[in-house]
Design a binder for this molecule. Structure first.
Ligand SMILES: Cc1cc2nc3c(=O)[nH]c(=O)nc-3n(C[C@H](O)[C@H](O)[C@H](O)COP(=O)(O)OP(=O)(O)OC[C@H]3O[C@@H](n4cnc5c(N)ncnc54)[C@H](O)[C@@H]3O)c2cc1C
Length: 366
């Protein structure tokens, strides 16, 4: 049986960050992914905020500086604002600095950085199961480790193997590209375009990443129907290469340490409920998991330090975002109510909500 100090399952942003931190920390690390091409197919809106914007949400500047590194070569467009669009087309614009990245290039770049740090990268190689600190793989082999890091996305095999309860809601998502040069800002659409959820149009270099996510499909509708209707309603051209996937939304779990297993990223349900963004939290949690695993292997520090670390850095903002999302959910069911609410709170209110400052009684409030 092959043996490593740390096996990381899944080479998305969480797994690649975990593998890099573990390898840099001196652990013999294996990073595996069942995809034949890392980062493809793209199942993402491809937007990331700048490190400064991220620091406005999560008070962990050192962690952000170490772990949230967006490879320059993967950036397609820098963006300067967000516009929230009401069901009747009213637009509310506020500043938000970020960028769209090519996820196809981004995931590869992060995985090869982990490899550069000393991790062994194997793909396509899937995990079919886990018990204790051993992982069974699609080639029929078993790999033994001291620590297993589950970074295998929202339908995680590793999370299932430790019995992590499902998130409150798994949003159904569809994404595609359309011909359109776009502008240097990102648009989120609410109301009839994505009932109870949201739709988006994010500018890439020469086209747009478009898509939508809903908690429940309206009766008799498919995600493709909704996407076609959204694109027609907003005057976009027909979609290219649509893909469907999931986003876990809800309160973050209390613990992500299960014996020798650490969970991070979507496998740990660490997604910002107010906007479905999960790339930054995947990178930050992955980094902390990898760092903790390496310390454990090197000097026997307890793995539960991972819970302390991610709680300190991520828990509160994620929990607050989930509260805001649950609080605003009923308003999204009726277009007139939603449109009225958006006009009432305006661009400043929407900005504050995205920054988790409003409503104040749900937390933060500064
Ligand atoms: C349509 C859509 C749009 C989104 N838009 C944005 C956005 O614009 N900005 C943002 O920040 N977030 C966005 N998100 C969320 C974001 O994509 C995720 O939060 C992020 O990718 C999580 O990273 P991860 O590494 O945890 O998981 P993933 O990116 O899902 O990576 C998991 C990896 O594990 C591999 N894997 C899975 N199972 C196994 C297995 N059994 N064995 C081996 N490998 C396995 C997969 O192949 C994959 O490479 C979006 C999500 C969706 C679905």
């Amino acid at each position: 049986m092959e043996r490593f100090d740390v096996v990381v399952v899944g080479a998305g942003p969480a797994g690649a960050s975990a593998a890099r931190a573990a390898a840099e920390g001196g652990a013999r690390t294996l990073l595996l992914d069942h995809r034949t091409e890392l980062g493809h197919p793209v199942q993402c809106g491809e937007f990331v905020p700048t490190a400064t914007e991220l620091g406005d949400l999560f008070n962990c500047p050192e962690l952000i500086a170490r772990a949230f590194v967006v490879p320059e070569s993967t950036i397609l467009r820098s963006t300067r604002w967000m516009e929230c669009v009401s069901p009747y087309g009213h637009r509310f614009r506020f500043p938000l600095a970020g960028a769209t990245v090519s996820r196809r290039a981004f995931d590869k770049a992060l995985a090869y950085r982990a490899e550069g740090a000393g991790a062994e990268l194997r793909f396509p190689l899937g995990a079919t199961g886990r018990s204790g600190a051993t992982v069974r793989t699609t080639d029929g082999e078993t790999i033994e480790a001291e620590v297993v890091i589950g970074a295998d996305g929202p339908l995680s095999t590793v999370a299932r193997s430790v019995g992590l309860p499902r998130p409150r809601t798994l949003y159904r998502m569809i994404t595609a590209t359309v011909e359109d040069p776009g502008e240097d800002g990102i648009d989120l659409f609410f109301g009839r375009d994505a009932p109870g959820g949201y739709a988006w149009a994010f500018p890439r270099a020469h086209d747009l990443n478009v898509g939508l996510g809903v908690a429940r499909l309206p009766r008799g509708r498919t995600l493709s129907d909704l996407l076609d209707r959204f694109l027609a309603h907003r005057g976009f051209s027909p979609p290219r290469d649509p893909t469907r996937w999931w986003v876990p939304v809800g309160q973050p779990p209390a613990s992500l340490v299960h014996g020798p297993v650490l969970l991070c990223g979507d496998a740990a349900q660490l997604v910002m409920a107010t906007n479905g963004g999960g790339i930054p939290t995947a990178m930050l949690s992955g980094w902390l998991a990898g760092e903790t695993a390496a310390r454990h292997v090197r000097s026997g520090t307890p793995l539960r330090e991972y819970d302390t670390a991610w709680h300190a850095a991520l828990y509160e903002p994620l929990a607050r975002a989930a509260k805001i999302q649950a609080w605003s959910d009923p308003y999204t069911a009726l277009d007139p109510l939603l449109a009225l609410g958006m006009r009432y709170i305006g661009a400043r209110g929407l900005d504050s909500m995205m920054r988790l400052r409003w409503p104040a009684r749900l937390g933060r409030g500064t």
